[in-house]
Design a protein around this ligand. Sequence first.
Ligand code: GCB
Length: 567
Amino acid sequence: MINHQSRHLTSLNGEWKVIIDPTDIGQWRQVWQERKPQKKTDFIEYSFEGGPELSVPGDFNSQRCDLTYTEGIVWNKKQFNYIAKSDKRLFLYFGAVNYLADVYLNGEKLGSHEGGFTPFQFEITGKVKDGANSLVVKVDNRRLKNGVPGLGYDWLNYGGITRDVALVETNNTYIDDYSIQLKKGSLDEVLGWVHLDGTQAGQAVEVKIPELNVDYKIRSDENGLAKVDLTADFQLWSPENPKLYQVIIKSETDSVADEIGFRSIEVDGSKVLLNKKPIFLKAVNIHEENPYKAARAYSEVDAKILLNAAKELGCNLVRLAHYPHAENMVKEAEKMGIMVWDEIPVYQHIEFSDSLVPAKMETMMKEMVRRDKNRCGVVIWSLSNETYPGTPNRNEALIELTQKCRALDSTRLIVHVINTQSYNNNTFNVWDPLYNYSDLIALNEYIGWYIPWQGKPSETKWKIAWPDKPVFISEFGGGALYGSDGPGDEAGQWSEDYQKQIYMDQTTMFSTVPNLCGVCPWILFDYRSLGRMNQVYQKGYNRKGLISEHGEKKKAWYIMNEYYKTK
Ligand code: GCB
């Protein structure tokens, strides 16, 4: 279901008992059976009783020093009471578990979920007992060769039950999904649908927007589907006016409320248009990490820390790299008038030719679109980052994924982020055929950091095989340790001045980019990553932040801030 927050729910957040299981022996011992000794010679060698507890939502890495870098298995248990109601259905909802979750209720397996960043649920009507119930979740965040992401990535692999868990009660036939957004290109026509799940599929359905006196009536068909096509005089959502309306979706057996905004987003030739007007995308990359806690972000408070920093930098868009962030983040951004770039973790080392991988990517894409499709703040679905044309099956898999995403939602931009361009003689050559399937030429380049300049930034030349498409610099930057200050300091490349120079050169170079529609520095805050173990300057952090993990602005921050003031 979507919008579980607006339903009758009982939170299962809080302290959960855990067993840390470095060798997966709990599987063999069948931890979920929670056996009790029957006779004197029974010794239960795997049990939750008397053990540690961890907070949910919360990654396990930041909650115990012995788990800081753990990529492994942790069993989690929560006891809850419930009295079944004959006329209600009950669902167990998870906002996200990273990466594999096996879920057991009262010793019975409910199912599994793969993918660390999207919600899932199990129906437990008839499975829940009156009185005490025991929920056991096996979480496994070990990397998989055929996982999404795969084996290699540049962020901390925070494991655990990282988002909300709740029991959600619904009527027998309930509104499980709906899509209420403007038709592509229109500023006043909503084209959407409402879907009912349950036996009473054919019903009267209403979509109400009280502030606009909209009361649109339809009937759902035998599959529970009701098509919506209504017009209204909307105040459009934009960064200057992030207007949201209360929308009530009602059927004979259910009712849900949402806050929905209306806007159009399009590419017209070389321009990106928001509500039919060209807009320059002043973006910043963000990982889902609360810098001050060195923990995975999930709450509204976490979201505000990250988004206020983006706003202060001068941004109107956040690229939520490299996986779907918590719903709190998307909703807060929308309220604050910040557009959102949603992404799935199809990142670098993906095994496209493994027969399971395309299905995993598709599931993640669908779960992301399902959750966020009513968020007008979300303007971009990003389906891949830095994949290589030489990887077997890469093009086929990503083209198919693009088509499937477009079929689900034709209203937003769909993007692939690519870094296969060459840079010789101060000339970028942008050629990757995957750009045929991307609404923007979104490219990552680290000139001045991984690759030296080959001429004056102001004289950079561009050969782009798609001369009419908008170009978006989706990553650029360099690392600096806050307080490490410049020439003379033996820090050399890790100094703030070195990073500042990269930003000065890059912002100069931007004026040479044809059809530039936006830029997006890597990255807002320094963040934890296992691949960054220079013991003097990195200490387990990717230092490309414009702000340190303690909140100190580096010199490059001011360059970027000035640049955004001119745009
Ligand atoms: C990239 C990746 C990003 C890395 C960054 C870096 O190109 O997309 O995930 O963290 O470079 O710091 O090297």
